[in-house]
Ligand binder design. Sequence first.
Ligand code: ACO
Length: 334
Amino acid sequence: MYNSKIIGLGKYLPDNVVTNDDLSKLMDTTDEWIQERTGIKERRWIEKGSEDSSAVMGAKAARIAIERAGLTKDDIDFIVFATMTPDYYFPGCGVQIQDVLDMGTIGAIDIRNQCSGFVYAISVADQFIKTGMYKNILVIGAEYHSNGLDKSTRGRGVTVIFGDGAGAAVLTREEDNTKGILSTHLHSQGKHADKLIVTSPSIKHWIPEILASKKEDISYFPYMDGTFVFKNAVVRFSEVITEGLIKNNLSKDDIDLFIPHQANLRISQFVQQRFGLSDDQVFNNITKYGNTTAASIIIALTEAWEQGKVKDGDTVVLAAFGSGFTWGSVIIKW
Ligand code: ACO
């Protein structure tokens, strides 16, 4: 069995910055409320008329990651694409990447695990590399939230937290079992699916309903029981990080860098306190980008790496919690 390791990282954020004050012109909200509850100051939303989408942004991030890995598109054996906002109901974004990047006929899958999407995606890629089936895998997380949000006061509890963006990582085979991705830990609890959900469109509520005007139907917009999700998030984050540390005989003191899914700065701060981590040990960028769901960890990891905060030999912990509920962690020896 091999290990896998990350050798290239890339990110792409749309240029259009939407501040909290911009949102207060669309709905009854304030910069003060949003910052106090979430830490978010601004987010990126794709501008109307832009060519960007989850697949397009994912391709842009992927090109950077492949180049930084010192590889070419022809070296990639497989694509894993995590998103909850695919360009089409089907096919998924993975095959769009395969086409746009002209990658022969390699396999591509989509992962539909919301905020835990990138953690699940990296775990899937890791298993393929461990068994020796593939050597180099492109893993992408990308979200185009802004087009599907309720921008009236009715949707304010959800809409203010989400942003658009994409990140990508190239994973390759590592023969030294003490390096690279040491372990991944995945969980779910479907009984809470209705606490954070979009119920339409779906195969149950499909084209005829979409074609009819449904502006008054809130089922077309994300619903979230925010307090319930918050309480579960802080518990599950802590559990799944501890699970990863125990599996690798590590303690919280061994963590050089913790990159939580960027759902809410208050959640990250709670987990930071719970593990007694210093500000230097935790990387957050939610203030700038909001919650980009499957893209958030990979955008944050890329940004941390670009700032020189990820060094050889570091123990890096990634953890996420989101709709499903699903949650997971990744323990990496960089
Ligand atoms: N501006 C002003 N007021 C608002 C806004 C807003 N944007 N949104 C809600 N309010 C009001 C509500 O109407 C409510 O008013 P009321 O008391 O008069 O009824 C009050 O503020 C409190 O609302 P809550 O929803 O209870 O606010 P809360 O303190 O829980 O914060 C938040 C909301 C930030 C969303 C928080 O619950 C949270 O972060 N939850 C977890 C998010 C998360 O981790 N999601 C998982 C990942 S996402 C994914 O997987 C897709």
